[in-house]
Ligand binder design. Sequence first.
Ligand code: CAO
Length: 416
Amino acid sequence: MNTPLDGIKIIDFTHVQAGPACTQLLAWFGADVTKIERPGSGDVTRSQLRDIPGVDALYFTMLNSNKKSLTLDTKKPEGKEVLEKLIRESDVLVENFAPGALDRMGFTWERIQELNPGMILASVKGFSDGHHYEDLKVYENVAQCAGGAASTTGFWDGPPMVSGAALGDSNTGMHLAIGILTALMGRQQTGKGQKVSVSMQDAVLNLTRVKLRDQQRLEKIGYLEEYPQYPNGKFTDVVPRGGNAGGGGQPGWVLKCKGWEEDQNAYIYFTIQGHAWEPICRAIGKPEWIADPEYATAQARQDKIFDIFAYIETWLADKTKFEAVDILRKFDIPCAPVLTMKEIAEDKSLRESGSIVEVDHKVRGKYLTVGSPIKFSDLKPEIKESPLLGEHTDEVLKRLGYNDEQIAALHAAQAV
Ligand code: CAO
């Protein structure tokens, strides 16, 4: 198997989710990723939201597969010395500490360059350098609020809403991975490393760009035709929350299916693609709407869109979400069942494609995790277990030239 990042050495000085998601992806693709963790406790996610007492939590195991773990107190001189040696021999250092933490440890960008001019220093921060909030510590939902996602998500009569998808954390990690790979390509041309950073606010904003599009349209014409507020509701001067409306030019909504009264997820997402009006009418048993001028064009349908969705719900009333999709797919209608995490965990196709994988962990036993969403023709990443705290400390120290006596002394110096 070709693992293209073979030979790339990454110091993974990350914690929680945003940084670990980035380095895990690079480890899947072959990079040699060594995670540095504080002796005694390690990454806070090892012990957060535990389901088995004393065992690394799923939060940790699902973000740190295919890595090595080295315990190092980088505030002590002995720990700093090891980190310096690692920097000299590595290609990338990834970190997502609070602003200034790496500098306070003595590892400024200038110092890192002195140690290794080819080093790529990759950072996640809440806000970008120079931003008026640059000093803030940031977690997922803070970033979703600061990046425009929360004010545009949810229903118009409710509060701002955050998404269950990690737009602030894992998404920022994916952006950083692209930055690191770009800097590695750049280094092939110049021989020099560089500093790469992604702010969580920016990464969220990058995914919220259509709402910035809408803000400008709203300022120009005063309304947004694809939002549920149009044509009868009121628009203010900011992009409103759109409920479940389709964000593009195709109206869509979440529609009830058979069993919705008991099952909160007995719904499908239904899209009315403009050019698919004829097959939609045939699928839902309303052929008379095809040529009816009251329904035939997207514009004519606009003020009746919720009546149309209500009618489709009567058609769906005796069909499960899966039956409905099986009928609608034959008419080429973009739709999907609203899937629960239980259904996703049991989905045969996701298992076969490697998007959900079962991993065997030496202490926890078997658990499910998310595999690579990126598929290659010549690379099938093998998702391995996450390391125990400090599992590879001695191995890494030996590689760096430490003898048994020096290793024992380091352990003593770091004892907690
Ligand atoms: N040895 C010695 N010290 C260590 C260490 C080690 N191996 N690893 C970390 N530390 C120290 C840091 O140097 C820092 O010390 P100082 O505050 O004295 O400089 C200290 O541990 C705490 O680091 P922190 O401030 O980053 O950690 P926190 O738990 O207080 O904050 C977080 C966590 C995520 C809010 C903050 O790191 C942050 O804002 N990061 C940037 C944005 C980010 O990535 N957020 C996403 C997190 S995923 O949800």
